[in-house]
Ligand binder design. Structure first.
Ligand code: PGA
Length: 252
């Protein structure tokens, strides 16, 4: 059985006082919930204060990006060692905003993914198509390219320590969610490809989460799909009550 994973991607929001208030609110609302893994991914500047606020909590901490080297002359970058030092256990890699605005390529995402595993971080590999690609019937082809590019050379044994986030770009921040059926179709393909890469048993262990306008009012229907193992939540993760409701999804 795969344990559902709900991760909040705070993007470039929240100063340190706001971040602490948000996570404290969340802790109060969430209490304890068995059978789900919850992660918040604040901006780098808020990682230490959020780590402190999450001490003794079951909520995990993640970052939104990292460099692949452990240190070096890379102005403006943050290394996997530094993330671990801040208390991170997870890292989002290859988010479409990084691909779109910062020129991130599958090759660099792959380097980062290898580095994350080396430093015992759980990578959340983001893949997804644009609207033009979907309308052109190229969704599977695009997702496949990003999946195989991102996972190139990763041995089967590492599979269970990786989560994949399917995030159609046209659904991110737009209020336009993929239907549960549309998401499940792509998730099914991803798992089939993972089985070809790593074998059936390992593919079955990998969490494939959905991202793109996940909200309290659509999470239950998404989670009803057996192939959807959780969510990567942007906008709604910035409101404690909305994110808490998403974590408390019900299988309908
Ligand atoms: P959204 O963002 O929930 O605001 O659509 C999701 C994401 O970018 O990870």
């Amino acid at each position: 059985m795969r344990k559902p994973l709900i991760a909040g991607n705070w993007k470039m929001y929240q100063t340190t006082p706001d971040a602490v208030a948000l996570v404290k609110g969340l802790k109060g609302l969430l209490g304890q919930r068995e059978g789900v893994e919850v992660v918040v991914c604040p901006p780098f500047t808020a990682l230490p204060v959020v780590a402190e606020a999450l001490k003794d909590s079951w909520i995990g901490l993640g970052a939104q990006n990292m460099h692949w080297e452990k240190e070096g002359a890379y102005t403006g970058e943050v290394s996997p060692v530094m993330l671990a030092d801040c208390g991170c256990r997870y890292v989002i890699l290859g988010h479409s905003e990084r691909r779109q605005y910062f020129g991130e390529t599958d090759m660099n995402v792959n380097r980062k993914l290898r580095a994350a595993l080396e430093h015992k971080l759980i990578p959340i590999l983001c893949i997804g198509e644009t609207l033009a690609e979907r309308e052109g019937g190229r969704t599977i082809q695009v997702v496949d390219g990003q999946l195989q590019g991102g996972l190139s050379g990763i041995p089967a044994g590492a599979g269970a320590g990786i989560a994949v986030a399917y995030e159609p770009i046209w659904a991110i921040g737009t209020g336009r969610t993929a239907t549960p059926e549309q998401a499940a179709e792509v998730h099914t393909f991803i798992r089939k490809r993972l089985a070809e890469l790593w074998g059936e048993a390992m593919a079955t262990a990998v969490r494939i989460v959905y991202g793109g306008s996940v909200k309290p009012d659509n999470i239950d229907a998404l989670m009803a799909e057996p192939e959807i193992d959780g969510a990567l939540v942007g906008g709604a993760s910035l409101k404690a009550d909305a994110f808490a409701r998403i974590v408390q999804f019900e299988k309908v």
